[in-house]
Design a protein around this ligand. Structure first.
Ligand SMILES: Cc1cc2nc3c(=O)[nH]c(=O)nc-3n(C[C@H](O)[C@H](O)[C@H](O)COP(=O)(O)O)c2cc1C
Length: 270
């Protein structure tokens, strides 16, 4: 196999295995936590791991607000779709795109940051997201459970006020972190062939691949009692698989106050 670094083994299916891959593949979002706090040194270890992520132009254009205060977590839960695990988790991380820091340094050094730049906003959002994922893996490697909280974008104005986010700082995703009460089960993922294209984008086997995946998802009962509501499709259906889930999700318009909230924070994206 040539020079493969670290301890890589090949299993019978000829996939590579090592401890890092094992942690990645055991991921499942946790939504039930013990109330026990997470030691500060552990939180700092997790955020240091987040900081090690690659970052566009080395701008490190993100910040993370670590919330442990119970009252604040309860308020966050209320604002983020009334999710009980946000109340339970001893730690809530709010991952923010942060162009406020660069704004301050631009002012100091006599430059004008382009706040309408979709590119700059994307740079900061991607930075925040990949830092968050490093943190997620670090936390899981320490035996903690995590769950991302996209509902942080449900009430962006209130979240911004609660966390006192300054000009040009915007919440991209939240994350609950805590000691899991029970082991969460990994959810099925698309077959590799649906997402991996060699040399060119190829949909020639997509229908066939997704049909099989739908059958797997339906058999797993993943969406039983949890079908995404859609106008005119109120009753549960038997053949609610991943394709139906995906289509209903992206066919709904939501979070319409995102743009005004972005503009209020100084992101006048054009
Ligand atoms: C950006 C983002 C936002 C998410 N928001 C929520 C959320 O608000 N509440 C929740 O329970 N799960 C949330 N999730 C978790 C997804 O539902 C979960 O990752 C997905 O169903 C796959 O399951 P798994 O993480 O257990 O593999 C979010 C995930 C991501 C990446």
């Amino acid at each position: 196999m040539g020079n493969i670094p670290y301890n890589v083994n090949l299993n019978q299916e000829m996939y590579m295995e090592n401890q890092t891959l094992d942690i990645i593949h055991r991921h499942a979002s946790s939504r039930h936590y013990k109330p026990d706090p997470i030691p500060t040194a552990m939180v700092e270890t997790i955020i240091k791991a987040a900081q090690r992520a690659s970052t566009s132009y080395n701008l490190q254009a993100y910040s993370v607000i670590a919330v442990t205060d119970k009252e604040k977590r309860i308020r966050l839960a209320d604002l983020c779709g009334d999710q009980e695990h946000i109340r339970q988790a001893p730690l809530f991380l709010a991952w923010c795109a942060d162009l406020g820091r660069s704004e301050r340094f631009c002012q100091k050094l006599g430059y004008t940051q382009v706040s309408e730049s979709v590119e700059n906003f994307l740079v900061a959002s991607v930075d925040a997201s990949i830092a968050a994922q490093n943190a997620a893996l670090a936390a899981e490697s320490l035996g903690l459970g995590i769950c991302y909280i996209g509902y942080i974008r449900n009430n962006p104005g209130e979240i911004i006020d609660l966390l006192e986010l300054p000009h040009l700082v915007f919440p991209i995703t939240g994350m609950t972190v805590g000691w899991p009460i029970k082991e969460a089960h990994p959810r099925p993922r698309l077959p590799l062939g649906a997402v991996l294209h060699w040399e060119k984008y190829d949909t020639s086997r997509e229908d066939e691949i997704l049909k099989g995946f739908d059958e797997e998802v339906i058999a797993s009962g993943l969406y039983k009692g949890r079908q995404t509501p859609f106008p005119g499709k109120e009753a549960e259906i038997d053949n609610y698989g991943w394709q139906e889930h995906l289509a209903r999700r992206v066919a709904r318009s939501g979070r319409l106050d995102l743009r005004p909230a972005l503009e209020k924070q100084g992101f006048h994206l054009k």
